[in-house]
Structures are given as structure tokens and as C-alpha cells.
Write a new protein. Sequence first.
Length: 78
Amino acid sequence: MKAKLGAGALVVLFLGGLWLVAAPFAVGYQPRGAEYADATVNDLWVGGGLIGLTFVALVVYAADALRELARRGKHAES
């Protein structure tokens, strides 16, 4: 149960990072064709960092889950 909660939290953080990257353009506080505002640059860096960090954490979580399944499969054959 705790593992599912943790994976769910990582997915929510990943989606939050995607929103931070998209927000300046979706909400419209970054005018089209204009030089990026400081807030836009901040959103892009923070959102991109959050996306990268949570993606790596999700990959590690998935690899650990697959390793656990393989371990259980070996024990079931014995």
C-alpha cells in the first residue's frame, strides 16, 4: 500500500512539473514571440528539474518492482 502511495505521489509531482513548464504559455503570461520573462525562465527550470527528478524516481521504482517480481517468480518455481 505504501509503495502505491509513493508511486502515486511521484506521478502527481511529474504532472505538476509538466504544468509548470506549460503554464506560462497556457495561462498567457508569456507573450508569444517576446523575450522570456523571469517567471517563465523560473517555471521552465523548476518544472524541468521536477520532471527529470520524478522520471528518474519512477524508473527506479519500476525497476525495483520488476526485480521483486522476478525474485518472487524464482521462489515460486522452487
